[in-house]
Design a binder for this molecule. Structure first.
Ligand code: ADP
Length: 480
């Protein structure tokens, strides 16, 4: 089976979050199921710089007003198709905004171009290759299923995956005439959304099936609290809505061989974690003691519940804990963590920024990773935590709920517990969860059992890749 995957980021070339990890890892896992994926991504500077000897495969004289070429190249086992369109993608900053984080004002055009190019490839315009299935990710690729649905040609089945419904790609109605869709597409069952054009909504309406990245999140987004306005659209598609948990790249994330950590270790011998713990404390300027060391590796945002964590820092310190935060995001939250660090020198510390190697060391050395998300489609950091014996303390939502087994008395007795889950997602809920964490930490044997149980959990792509393979097959049957 040949699959065209289309996305706005891909690990390790361009990453702002979990989406990139999935887009980079799933093709490799699917390969073992006989599924060959080519992934179309925008030709951002980081991607153009990162690859060598890419070959032109398809040219557009006018793609949303600009000349563009699709290049093909093999990169670390991934078959990449790169949309080289300097007018849209060769600019400084991140994938979506300038260096100050402000969204590019022509994002609607940039990602319409990506979708259009993907649709043309899906329709067989690239010589010698045609996909059986098209898999698109998030709002940036939402127009692709719409382009196919409104084309006059026989179409390829499409799967649209929602990685985070909070980002919807909502634009004014004035862009519609430029999208190259027929007038009838501007309708309630098409791309129209609250009077404007909704890219994610367009994809949800037009794709053959829709999936999201955990079973719990698939249920949650059918409710107004989590659906963020799209619950009605999703309810109409409930029969075609699937939830498949993300995996992690178990080779990149392996405490036994990870070159980014101080001392390698395995579930059979956790002693090496001590050296890593000391290294983490040193990097963060925290005092060196045997008490519990909590960590955070996250975007610092309301979604991630980081304001709740700020509220409980005094309590963490009062209980004898230390907190190391790695992340960036809302300026107010960064400032609040800095203030907590000033209040509690040696006990609370924040490093702002994005630091992949340090994130590995933290998972390998901290005792627990705190993830108090208000919503979490899947979440990856709890999976890294499980794999590294860094016990996840998580809000009971989305993929966190599907991947962590709470240390209830019954689960502890059965040696099945892998972390601490809490609800409601409030400062008090988190405070109680952390007190429970500290009590468990004091029981060395119970704690170690939990670490080992977590390290035994299957967080690889193996099972989920099998589920995607089944889903693709069912779509292919539907398409016939
Ligand atoms: P989201 O995609 O919502 O940000 P996920 O948990 O799904 O959350 O994925 C976040 C990914 O980004 C993980 O791989 C995590 O390790 C990584 N990450 C987040 N913040 C940082 C940071 N400051 N430094 C290094 N890695 C980070």
């Amino acid at each position: 089976m040949q699959v065209l995957s289309v996305a706005s980021e891909i690990y390790p070339l361009v990453k702002t979050g979990g989406l990139a990890d999935v887009v980079g890892a799933l093709p490799l896992a699917l390969d073992r199921h006989g599924i060959r994926t080519k992934t179309l991504v925008p030709g951002y500077p980081a991607i153009m710089r990162g690859v060598e000897n890419a070959v032109p495969r398809l040219t557009f004289a006018d793609l949303m007003g600009h000349a563009a070429t699709v290049l093909e190249v093999e990169y670390k086992g991934l078959a990449l198709l790169i949309l080289d369109c300097p007018a849209l993608f060769d600019r400084p900053g991140g994938p979506y905004g300038d260096a100050t984080g402000k969204d590019h004002i022509d994002n609607w055009r940039r990602f319409a171009a990506l979708s259009r190019a993907g649709a043309e490839i899906a329709l067989g315009r690239m010589e010698g290759w045609r996909p059986d299935i098209v898999h698109v990710h998030d709002w940036q690729t939402g127009l692709l299923p719409a382009y196919l649905r409104y084309s006059a040609e026989p179409v390829v089945p499409t799967l649209m995956t929602i990685h985070n419904i909070a980002f919807q790609g909502q634009f004014g109605a004035d862009i519609f005439p430029e999208l190259g869709l027929p007038p009838r597409a501007f309708a309630i069952d098409g791309v129209e959304y609250y009077g404007g054009v909704g890219y994610l909504k367009a994809g949800l309406q037009s794709a053959t099936a829709v999936s999201t990245v955990s079973p719990t999140y698939a249920d949650e987004i059918l409710t107004p609290e989590f659906g963020m306005g799209l619950e009605g659209v999703l309810a109409a598609r409930a029969a075609d809505l699937h939830g498949i948990v993300n995996g992690i790249d178990a080779d990149v994330w392996d405490p036994d061989s990870d070159p980014l950590i101080k001392t390698n270790y395995s579930a059979g011998n956790l002693k090496g974690r001590q050296t890593n713990k000391r290294a983490v404390a040193k990097r963060f300027g925290l005092s060196d003691d045997d008490g519990p060391l909590l960590c955070v590796v996250s975007r610092l945002t309301w979604q991630k519940g980081m304001d709740l964590l700020v509220d409980v820092t005094d309590d963490i310190v009062a209980q004898g804990g230390r907190l190391a935060v790695l992340g960036s995001g809302d300026a107010a939250l960064e400032a609040a963590f800095h203030a907590a660090a000033v209040r509690h020198p040696g006990r609370v510390s924040i490093i702002t920024g994005y630091d992949e190697p340090l994130s590995h060391l933290m998972q390998a050395g901290a005792d627990a990773i705190v993830i108090p998300s208000r919503f979490e489609p899947c979440g990856l950091t709890q999976l890294y935590g499980l794999r590294y014996g860094c016990v996840p303390v998580v809000a009971r939502t989305g993929g966190l709920n599907d991947t962590v087994i709470d240390a209830s008395p019954a689960a502890l007795a059965a040696k099945a517990a892998t972390g601490i889950c809490f609800s409601p997602t409030t400062a008090d809920g988190l405070r109680r969860a952390l007190r429970r964490t500290f009590r468990l930490f004091a029981d060395t044997k119970a704690w170690m059992n939990m670490q080992k149980q977590g390290m035994k959990s299957d967080v690889s792509w193996e099972k989920s890749a099998g589920l995607y393979a089944q889903l693709y097959s069912s779509l292919e049957m539907k398409g016939r």
